[in-house]
Design a binder for this molecule. Structure first.
Ligand SMILES: C[S@@+](CC[C@H](N)C(=O)[O-])C[C@H]1O[C@@H](n2cnc3c(N)ncnc32)[C@H](O)[C@@H]1O
Length: 345
């Protein structure tokens, strides 16, 4: 999004989604900086997403600019000026473009701490060992892949897939260039939030992975943006590619009446996750104008999807902090740890 360079000049990182609001919005949009961009963008306002990140910014925009026309625009097509400056964040030995980092759902200020928490939970709940084959759905700019380069041996393998092309390009150019056993693949899946101009659907994806070849599958905050048929598709693929002792670590929002009540009372996240709207049986969305912004499922709905895919829970759901319901949460979102055949770790 628009960054402020030296002299207060707005600069915009390449290949990022920009929330363009046609028409005036209030000056105090949660402290987000505003910049007049009529000349450059042919639109009225571009809203700076920091510190909430792109998802927060889009949700807040929808909240605050009700009745006005909001269009996500691919900045690559927006005729960038020569003044474009790409800010980066140093993470291990990599300089990550901040515009891409903001597409992970958080900002620079939380990036490293979330990366540490991810790896710590993977080690604790599913175990990571050097020779494993790991598949990550929604790998973003490599928040997990980068620390995993230190945990996997040359015999281990990592494959990350995502639908944001610039993020996958970054991973290939930087991470794969140094770690040959790390691969990254882009799928041009259409998605309201992450890839609005995509040309295929999630259900068109066949992961380029042999049957029963994967030890660990990770998906952080991907199922929280997917409709049921897309989740079912991924679960079927997981069933196909997981080894018999393989495990998944997949985050979700699980709701029931008491959890919803707590989420609405505590409203702990910047995303206003109240899930007021029933989309289908067992499926709640946060905002009808922006259904893929956040989707929650009941335990029964998820259990049916898991069972139908031929998978099973390896242990009870991990409890997420997001709803404020659990006194001792184990992760930020709820987590499903699945296997194909019953075993305990
Ligand atoms: C909340 S971000 C998390 C990114 C990364 N795992 C991290 O922690 O930094 C969710 C990611 O899932 C990706 N994504 C969304 N829908 C997807 C789909 N259908 N298949 C694969 N990835 C998807 C998004 O592009 C985004 O990079």
């Amino acid at each position: 999004m628009a960054q402020f360079g030296q002299g207060g000049k707005p600069t915009i990182g390449a290949a990022q989604w920009v929330v363009v609001v046609h028409g005036p919005i209030s000056e105090d949009t949660l402290g987000h900086s505003r910049v007049k961009t009529e000349a450059l963008w042919g639109a009225t306002d571009v809203v700076e997403p920091q510190p909430l990140g792109i998802i927060g910014a889009m949700l807040r925009c929808l909240e605050y600019a009700q009745g006005q026309h909001i269009v996500p625009v691919d900045a690559r097509n927006a005729g960038l000026s020569k003044d474009v400056r790409m800010d980066t964040h140093r993470f291990h030995e990599f300089d990550i473009p901040i515009d891409l980092l903001n597409m992970t759902g958080g900002g620079v200020e939380t990036f490293d701490a979330i990366a540490d928490a991810h790896i710590s939970n993977l080690k604790k709940f599913i175990g990571i060992s050097p020779d494993q084959s790991i598949l990550e759905i929604g790998c973003g700019i490599g928040r997990d892949a980068i620390p995993l380069t230190k945990l996997l041996s040359e015999n281990g393998k990592y494959l990350g897939v995502d639908i944001i092309k610039p993020s996958i390009d970054f991973c290939n150019k930087n991470i794969k260039a140094r770690y040959k056993n790390f691969d990254f693949i882009h799928y041009d899946v259409a998605d309201q939030l992450h890839n609005p101009n995509g040309t295929i659907k999630t259900v068109d994806i066949k992961l380029p992975v042999s049957d029963q070849s994967i030890d660990r599958i990770i998906a952080w905050s991907v199922f929280t943006h997917l409709y049921e048929n897309d989740i079912r598709h991924y679960l079927n693929e997981f069933r196909r590619v997981l080894k018999s002792d393989g495990l998944t670590y997949v985050t979700v929002f699980i709701v029931d009446d008491v959890i919803l009540d707590s989420a609405r009372r505590t409203n702990l996240t910047p995303f206003n996750l109240t899930f007021e709207h029933l989309l289908a049986e067992g499926c709640f969305i946060n905002d009808p104008a922006f259904p893929l912004g956040a989707i929650a499922y009941t335990r029964d709905a998820l259990l049916a999807m898991i069972k139908d895919a031929g998978l099973e829970l390896n242990r009870d759901f991990l409890r997420g902090a997001w709803s404020g319901f659990f006194s001792e949460p184990e992760d930020g979102q709820d987590v499903i740890i699945l296997n194909t055949h019953r075993h305990n770790i």
